[in-house]
Design a protein around this ligand. Structure first.
Ligand SMILES: [Zn+2]
Length: 383
């Protein structure tokens, strides 16, 4: 038993309000997922993420595989237990970081050889190995191993990249189906013989990990269609649209999403990877995207960029030096209720560690707040 996706209602524009039942949490969708790269959403403690209402966060397979290592995390009971996060998690396949961070990579049909960005050591990732690592980490959702097509890419290059991604999707799925019950949290407790954590989910048996396929195809509509149709035939538990927000103009991102969404099964979750700005996540959610993730709110926060109801605010600005107002007058997050723009500016200038924490908490509250409002609005429109 993998995930269950309960569609509550849908609007004429295609927006969907649903419940995604995962082993560790029933997630209200559309949902924004904060990115917890190396087992942490940078600068934000887990209890704060909970109080912000984050129901599902990401872990990056590439980072966790290199340090502290998936086998060590598995021996300690899996990623949920290791980082003390009882709610839902998703791990990416490691592919994106292999292609964006590592040096000297060599791609063959078999897999990718690459050197660690940490110590230069040599590693080989195949679709099967990515599945083994993700099963060992034990997130609620794992992702098929893919090659993220760069932008811009000529048609020939996009075709070749898609061929590889489709072959790797098949191998990912076959290997995953054979081993998906080996997740650490289904291992019986040695003392009482029951699984380590109380698990949610309907039906009989213990719900286990799910696997999503990833639609690629560059910026070519027919390749995107082909990719979606072939993945749907393979029958994944959910579907992601990858290779977007890689430098292309925003209308092209929209066009690719609009092309793919109608081809995906209505009764399974749809995830657009790595997007986006506040107005984008709202727009895509209203089109029928159920899940999104992005480093933007936390990364921008560490650079002093706050997203507010009045637009983007660069807290480093001199004009905030004695500004006693809250970062965002319309925001009710713990940071906006307590601290002034002048104080946040001071922390940033002084290089204080608290700066990243407070800025990140506000930005995450802002992103999660957008999705909460979109869910309420989708609910109201459908009635
Ligand atoms: Zn705030």
């Amino acid at each position: 038993m993998s995930l269950t996706f309960n569609l509550l209602n849908r609007t004429d524009a295609g927006g969907r309000r649903a419940e995604l039942v995962l082993p560790h949490r029933t997630v209200q969708t559309p949902v924004f997922m904060p990115v917890g790269t190396a087992g942490t959403v940078k600068a934000v403690p887990q209890d704060v993420l909970e109080s912000l209402g984050a129901e599902i966060i990401l872990g990056n397979t590439y980072h966790l595989y290199l340090r502290p290592g998936h086998e060590a995390i598995n021996r300690m009971g899996g990623l949920h237990k290791f980082i003390s996060w009882p709610r839902a998690m998703l791990t990416d396949s490691g592919g994106f970081q292999v292609f964006s961070l590592s040096a000297l990579r060599k791609v063959t049909d078999e897999g990718v050889r690459f050197r660690s960005h940490l110590d230069g050591s040599s590693h080989f990732f195949t679709p099967e190995h990515s599945m083994d690592v993700q099963i060992a980490l034990g997130a609620d959702i794992a992702m098929a191993f893919d090659e993220c097509t760069e932008y811009p890419a000529e048609r020939g290059r996009a075709e070749e990249s898609l061929r590889l991604t489709m072959a790797w999707a098949r191998r990912s799925l076959d290997h995953f189906r054979a081993h998906q019950h080996e997740v650490p949290w289904l291992r019986p407790n040695q003392e009482n013989g029951v699984p380590q954590v109380p698990l949610l989910g309907p039906g009989n048996g213990n719900p286990t990990q799910s696997l999503f396929g990833i639609v690629q195809g560059g910026m070519f509509r027919d390749l995107r269609r082909q990719s979606a149709e072939r993945l749907v035939e393979m029958d994944f538990d959910g579907y992601a649209i990858g290779g977007l927000s890689v430098g292309e103009p925003r209308d092209l991102t929209m066009e690719m999403i609009a092309e793919v969404l109608p081809l995906l099964p209505a009764d399974k979750p749809r995830y657009v990877m790595g997007v986006g700005y506040p107005d984008e996540i709202e727009q895509y959610a209203r089109m029928g995207v159920d899940m999104m993730d992005c480093v933007l709110p936390t990364r921008a926060a560490r650079h002093g960029l706050l997203f507010t109801s009045e637009g983007r605010l660069n807290i480093k600005g001199k004009k905030y030096a004695e500004d006693q107002g809250p970062p965002d007058p319309a925001c009710s997050c713990t940071v906006c209720r307590r601290y002034s723009r002048a104080y946040l500016r001071h922390l940033m200038h002084a290089g204080e560690a608290l700066s990243a924490t407070l800025n990140s908490i506000h930005n995450l509250a802002y992103y999660l707040g957008i999705m909460e409002r979109v869910r309420a609005s989708l609910h109201a429109q459908a009635e």
